[in-house]
Ligand binder design. Structure first.
Ligand SMILES: [Zn+2]
Length: 478
């Protein structure tokens, strides 16, 4: 092992040795988060937040382009309001944090810290929707929510996390259906084109759907260790919440109708996906389209006359084209290489006296480690192109990995063997909850989605052998 590689091994655990520890090490060493004072909470540090902000900005743009408006609803929910929709309260009750006192006084009614905001939006809609002219209502909010989790990990499962939650109300079931589809596609677009993570699109089984929903659509991604991660969900509520909250409108004939609702969300969990799909034993790898710094200039022998001047000049030339920064600190170049590889900056630009003499720079890709010499005259064209190549390569690599880690199972023996290898398992299902539960109990794999793109790989259910209704993707999951 070379000396350079050894330094990394000391800094972070190799992912082959202990993936969970590798994850924790990367989160810490790349300076993404620190643990908060209350167990399960996290402080998102500047570099981690800058990545989240880039994801957020792209998604916010897409949400607005599809006709939605941002709003801000309260952090608190009165207990009586949370209890209005039975399935919903049952689903969230174990995770709710309660406020019982205001100052020294015990409150007459407990107040929930929002675990999600459906009931607040429903309450609002019941008072603000009267006529078909008031529809659709297309609201979104960027917020933090609290879910009192027993076991927590930064980004993946934290007691408090950040997200956006869309809440919409429509005149017809068909309108709500279209909205549910539209937002799932927005999420898939975000995750595939910006985060360079391929996703499966499909519907959740009734067991896995959102508490109170008619159905839930999901995008599912595969992590490097072969476990799946739900990366965004879009729910069709039908009229369930509208009936519980009496959200009605008068249609064009003056007849009272219940509205049809949806909700949809993407959270800071997606940061966990980013780390676990693209990261390697040198640390984080950030796809260029969401990288806060796309290229880092590291001057070589910067004490020599003219090197720093040239490096700053280069930064100024590039900064209108790409997000570029320079490290002109007196740390050794080797330290800087390690640091920016750990942070996953897509491209490093090296420039020393010899390069200046030859009117060139050295570009080093984070994803492959490949070096190339580029003439200064060509750099403004080459660098943006290289960033796109890195972006595409990350997606292609993740897709190849997912394809290699997707297996078919026609019976439970095959299923169990496949589970041990990790990854997605395609298997037929009869649609019975009993089979789904049995599979989970025997293998710890859960149904991830019923994909829109169905294949008939067998006639009978993988579990009970009865006639199969659908093909399902299964996996152990985060
Ligand atoms: Zn079955």
């Amino acid at each position: 092992m070379s000396k350079k590689n050894k330094e990394f091994v000391e800094k972070i655990t190799a992912m082959e040795d202990d993936f969970a520890q590798w994850y924790t090490d990367v989160v810490k060493q790349a300076e993404l988060v620190e643990y908060g004072q209350v167990r399960g909470t996290m402080i998102i540090k500047p570099y981690g937040y800058a990545i989240w902000e880039n994801i957020k900005n792209e998604l916010d743009r897409m949400i607005k382009e599809t006709g939605h408006s941002n709003v801000a609803f309260p952090l608190f929910i009165p207990e009586s309001l949370l209890q209005k929709e039975a399935d919903h309260v049952e689903g969230f009750a174990p995770e709710v944090a309660w406020v019982t006192h205001g100052g020294n006084e015990e409150l007459v009614e407990r107040i929930a810290v929002r675990p999600t905001s459906e009931v607040l939006f429903c309450d609002y809609y019941s008072k603000n929707i009267h006529s078909y002219r008031d529809l659709p209502k297309l609201y979104n909010q960027w917020a933090n929510v609290v879910r009192w989790e027993k076991t927590t990990r930064p980004f993946l499962r934290s007691s408090e996390f950040h997200w956006q939650e869309g809440h919409t109300a429509h005149a017809t079931d068909e309108d709500a259906k279209q909205e549910t589809d539209r937002m799932l596609n927005v999420y898939a677009d975000l995750v595939e084109h910006y985060l360079a993570i391929p996703v499966l699109r499909g519907r959740k089984t009734d067991k896995e759907k959102f508490a109170g929903a008619k159905y839930t659509l999901t995008i599912e991604a595969l992590m490097h260790d072969g476990k799946a991660l739900q990366s965004g969900t879009s729910h069709h509520f039908g009229t369930g919440f509208a009936e519980a909250f009496n959200i009605t409108y008068l249609d064009e004939n003056g007849k009272s109708q219940f509205v049809h609702q949806t909700s949809w969300g993407v959270s800071t969990r997606i940061m966990g996906a980013l780390i676990m799909v693209h990261g390697d034993n040198r640390g984080l790898v950030v796809p260029p389209r969401i990288a806060p710094i796309q290229a880092m200039i590291v001057p070589i022998a910067q004490h020599k006359e003219g090197v720093l001047d040239k490096a700053y000049e280069l930064r100024d030339q590039l900064k209108s084209l790409v997000r570029v920064d320079i490290d002109a600190s007196d740390k050794m170049p080797g330290w800087k290489f390690n640091e920016y590889e750990m942070k996953g900056i897509p491209v490093r630009i090296e420039m020393g006296p010899k390069d200046i003499e030859n009117k060139q720079v050295v570009l080093v890709r984070r994803d492959t480690g490949e070096k190339e010499f580029v003439a200064l005259d060509d750099l403004q064209e080459r660098l943006p192109a290289l960033l796109e190549e890195v972006q595409q390569n990350l997606y292609d690599k993740a897709l190849t990995h997912r394809n290699e880690m997707t297996r078919e199972a026609k019976n439970m023996d095959e299923f169990k063997q496949a589970v041990e290898k990790g990854g997605f398992i395609k298997a037929m299902w009869c649609g019975d909850l009993a089979c789904e539960e049995k599979i989970k109990e025997e293998t710890t794999a859960t149904s991830r989605c019923i994909p829109f793109e169905q294949e008939k790989i067998a006639n009978s259910c993988v579990c009970c052998g009865k006639e199969a209704k659908e093909m399902v993707y299964w996996a152990r999951a985060y």
